[in-house]
Each structure stands twice: as structure tokens, then as C-alpha cells.
Write a protein that binds this ligand. Structure first.
Ligand code: F6P
Length: 363
């Protein structure tokens, strides 16, 4: 295979997720077929600001396919267009994107593949609009990017959440308790909805459908009256009561989206215990969902994305992001790919299926 590009860079940005290493491996291996050398950027866009680069050869990617995380490191800060610097003891924000461009030239990087979620892909789009040849690869456990049927990392997070529900089931049943599992997903309820379906939850609360706590309590009480002495509730971190707000756990300064959600599980737990008189316990699954070995599905999707990204580079299709249009891997423009959140349709097939098999969505 031939192309004009002789050297590319790879960067992983934003929160990590299982499958990043599988993309890196596929990029390096596919690039070798084109005789393209690969520069790995350390710790996201920060690595390009501070010129932290390491060479990636086929030897460097041996054994990384099943490994979680990213061998390149990542960060959810370091936006080069809005970069914090201390001047006269005060924090101010500067545009240091010129440093990124300088370091790309210094390292002879002719094209850059950015593997990231919404935040990193927005930065990638901005660089592309300023003339940097860029290809995007969508990642996030939240599965909330509208331009692709699925992001890699989601299936692994979903599997982790489902396994947690299986485990909670056995202890819930033994103790006749209500068990609540709070899962991630930010403003989208995909992890909650799908793990709830796969793990046999009785109640699923998602951001897209503000819940009524009375309906949740009613469901648990109804089950008890039927002789079902335990209940399982999955709560997305972004779920909120009707007329209420999402629960913000903390603010992370300098992050493209500074809000970190968390805590709604405990609030639901207190109300359910009060309303049912049943002992209730809350588990927050947290970053376990982001760690560990990717599932077979995510390894394959990540490998296909990495492979396609290099073909896009070789064909000069810059400003595009690889995507899954089942069953094919395609590409869309970065402009179309970022910005639009993919949320659960409140009356879509998956929600209706859940309700029709007796799962309460709290409405
Ligand atoms: O976007 C991925 C995600 O894991 C969300 O589901 C979660 O809300 C957030 O990132 C957590 O971010 P952090 O790793 O900064 O705590």
C-alpha cells in the first residue's frame, strides 16, 4: 500500500476507556503496511504543548490488545485553545495552540489521529479548521456521540455494570433488600438502560426520563406484595426527579465539561427505604466501569476504527471521524460528529421494551 504521508501522530484524550490500546495497536500495524512511522503523543494534547512524544513501532504494541487504559496516557484537561497559565500569581487562560503546531512540525508529524470523546474531538475540529490534517476516532463509555452507532468502551462498561447487577441480585435475594446500583453515563442513560435490561433490574432511572419517586416506591411495594422480597434499581448518575436537578458531585476546573455527576443513588436509596420500609443499600460502580480488559466486541470495534483511521489518512480524508454504521465502518465530518449528544429516546424501542416487561422507568 502506498501513500504520500510518511509519519503520523496518535493522541488519546479525555477520560480513558477500555479499547484505547486496541485502537493504537491497529493504527501502528496498519500504518506499517503503508510504511508510515508513528509518533505517540504522551498524555493527550498536553503532550503536544510540551513536546512529549515517543516512537511507536510494531514491537511497542505487542500484548496491548487486551489491556485496559492507554499506553500513551491521557488527560481531560489541557485544551490548547484555553490553557491555564500562572501570571503574576494569578491563573489566566491563553491560546497555546501555536505550540501544538510547532511541535507537530518539529516531530515531522504530517497527520494526527485523535482518539477522544466530545471534548477532544471539538479541539481536533478546531485544529482541522486551522489547517492541521486530523482524523478523529470516537471513544467513550457513555456512548453519547450522535454520529456513530456505538463508541468503543461502551460494551465493556455495560458488561461490568451487568456483572455488578448479577452479583447484587444474589445478595439482595438472601437479605430481602432493595439494592441500588448507580452507574456512569453523564447526560445519557445508555449504560443504565442496557445494563438494567441485561441484568434484570426492576427499576431503571435515566436522565432522559425525569422520575417520580412515588412510582419507584410503588414498584418495589408491588413486588413485595407479589411475594418478591427484593428489588434491584439501576440509577444513572445523571438521573433526576421530575422538576428537580441532576446531582453534581464536584467541579473540575480546566476540564472541557467541568461538571462531575454523582450521588443520586444515595438520594433515591433514602427515599425508597422510607417509602417501603425495606432495608436498602447503595453501590456506586464508579471508575470500575472505565477499567479492565475490553470485551471482544470492543476489541474488534476498536481495531476496525484504528484500521479505518489510517486508511482515511492515506487517502487524505482529513477532518473526518471514523464511525460505525452497522455493519460497516464509515466516516463522517468532524463538524457533524461533535456537539450533538446522543441520548436515549424516551419512547424508543428499548425503553418501551423495558416497560412492557414490567420494568419501571419511574414515570
Ligand atoms: O465520560 C466518561 C465518564 O466516565 C462519565 O461517565 C463520568 O461522568 C465521567 O467520565 C467521570 O469523569 P472523571 O474521570 O473525571 O471522574
Amino acid at each position: 500500500m502506498k501513500c504520500n504521508i510518511k509519519r503520523i501522530g496518535i493522541l488519546t484524550g479525555g477520560g480513558d476507556c477500555p479499547g484505547l490500546n486496541a485502537v493504537i495497536r491497529a493504527i501502528v500495524k496498519t500504518a506499517a503496511g503503508y510504511k508510515i512511522s508513528v509518533a505517540g503523543v504522551i498524555d493527550g494534547f498536553g503532550g503536544l504543548i510540551h513536546n512529549r512524544i515517543k516512537e511507536l513501532t510494531e514491537k511497542d504494541v505487542i500484548g496491548i490488545l487486551p489491556r485496559g487504559g492507554t499506553i500513551l496516557g491521557t488527560t481531560n484537561r489541557d485544551d490548547p485553545f484555553h490553557y491555564p497559565v500562572i501570571k503574576d500569581g494569578k491563573k489566566i487562560y491563553e491560546d497555546v495552540s501555536y505550540k501544538v503546531k510547532e511541535n507537530l512540525v518539529k516531530n515531522k508529524i504530517q497527520a494526527l489521529i485523535v482518539i477522544g470523546g466530545d471534548g477532544s474531538l471539538k479541539i481536533a475540529k478546531e485544529f482541522y479548521e486551522q489547517g492541521v490534517p486530523i482524523i478523529g476516532v470516537p471513544k467513550t463509555i457513555d456512548n453519547d456521540l450522535s454520529a456513530t452507532d456505538q463508541t468503543f468502551g461502551f460494551d465493556t462498561a455495560l458488561t461490568t455494570a451487568t456483572e455488578a447487577l448479577d452479583k447484587l441480585h444474589t445478595t439482595a435475594e438472601s437479605h430481602h433488600r432493595v439494592m441500588i446500583l448507580e452507574v456512569m453515563g453523564r447526560y445519557a442513560g445508555w449504560i443504565a438502560l442496557q445494563s438494567g435490561l441485561a441484568g434484570g433490574a426492576d427499576v431503571i432511572l435515566i436522565p432522559e426520563i425525569p422520575f417520580q419517586i412515588d412510582k419507584v416506591i410503588e414498584k418495589v411495594n408491588e413486588r413485595r406484595e407479589q411475594g418478591k422480597k427484593f428489588s434491584i434499581i439501576v440509577v444513572a448518575e445523571g438521573a433526576k426527579p421530575l422538576g428537580g436537578q441532576m446531582v453534581v458531585q464536584k467541579h473540575i476546573e480546566d476540564s472541557p465539561d467541568p461538571i462531575r455527576l454523582g450521588g443520586i443513588g444515595n438520594i433515591v436509596g433514602i427515599e425508597v427505604e422510607k417509602g417501603t420500609n425495606m432495608e436498602t443499600r447503595v453501590t456506586v460502580l464508579g471508575h470500575l466501569q472505565r477499567g479492565g480488559s475490553p470485551t471482544a466486541f470492543d476489541r474488534i470495534l476498536a481495531t476496525r476504527y484504528g484500521n479505518k483511521a489510517v486508511h482515511l489518512v492515506a487517502n487524505g480524508r482529513f477532518g473526518e471521524m471514523v464511525c460505525l454504521r452497522t455493519p460497516e465502518i464509515k466516516s463522517v465530518s468532524l463538524a457533524d460528529a461533535v456537539g450533538e449528544l446522543r441520548q436515549v429516546p424516551p419512547n424508543g424501542d428499548m425503553v418501551l421494551t423495558a416497560e412492557q416487561i414490567g420494568i419501571s422507568l419511574g414515570r
